[in-house]
Design a protein around this ligand. Structure first.
Ligand code: B16
Ligand code: MG
Length: 215
């Protein structure tokens, strides 16, 4: 029986991908190559350093570790500047209402995001108080598709993984949820999220009943 919902952040609660894209593209341009929105799709749900590796591969460049850390820090500074303007009206349609319904039904609520900026974003969106637990990129050593983020979320909620459902928009996140032994609802386009137990286009008009279809 589902007792807890674990929400990914980017692509499930808010579309921060567009700000990640602006910052990665700015870095690519500064390094002398272009980075398309299609290339950016490969970065969804994976960690900052793994994203940088993909970006550098796209540009045919390689650097030592120290330079890579400096490049990632530069991208992050731009990203943090962009997200400092995020407001509640950027919440994806219906997600806040779905979280409210889940809480009212007595379900535990966690965030399971790869982002090290997750707490800042939740606070800007005035969502922090909705979450019993926040597990983000600052609390784990292994990024999705490793299940560590979701297993830690379940543990801190005091729930068994089989009683948790993860809401995810990225392939890496769905793999992480399945490897954690949890149910997974994909948020987005079904053809891209085929490994999820169920896919919804978004949270608009979605009722808690969907959780009963997972058993
Ligand atoms: P940061 P999620 C992920 O968020 C993003 O989808 C991914 O594009 C990003 O690289 C990752 O967070 C790390 O973010 O640079 O802020 O630490 O989908 O797991 O909520
Ligand atoms: Mg995501």
């Amino acid at each position: 029986m589902i007792k807890g919902c674990i929400f990914d952040l980017d692509g499930v609660i808010v579309n921060t991908a567009k700000y990640h894209y602006l910052a990665w593209k700015r870095l690519a341009n500064e390094l002398g190559f272009d980075f398309s929105e299609k290339d950016n799709e490969r970065l969804k749900g994976i960690s900052r350093m793994a994203s940088l590796e993909i970006l550098l591969e796209a540009g045919g460049l390689s650097f030592d570790n120290e330079t890579k850390l400096a490049l990632a820090a530069k991208k992050n500074k731009w990203y943090v500047d962009y997200i400092s303007f995020i407001k509640e009206d950027e919440l994806l349609p219906g997600v806040k209402e779905f979280i409210e319904k889940s809480k009212a039904a007595g379900l535990k609520i966690a965030l399971g995001s790869a982002s090290k900026n997750a707490s800042t974003i939740l606070s800007r969106l005035k969502l922090t108080d909705y979450f019993d637990i926040v597990i983000d990129g600052t609390k784990v050593s292994k990024a999705k598709p490793d299940p560590e983020i979701f297993l830690l979320a379940a543990q801190e909620l005091g729930l068994s993984p089989v009683d948790c459902v993860v809401f995810e928009d990225a392939k890496a996140g769905i793999e992480a949820a399945k490897r954690a032994g949890m149910k997974c609802i994909g948020v987005g386009i079904s053809s891209q999220l085929a490994d999820a137990d169920m896919v919804i286009p978004g949270f608009e008009n979605i009722d808690l009943d969907i959780l009963f279809c997972l058993a």
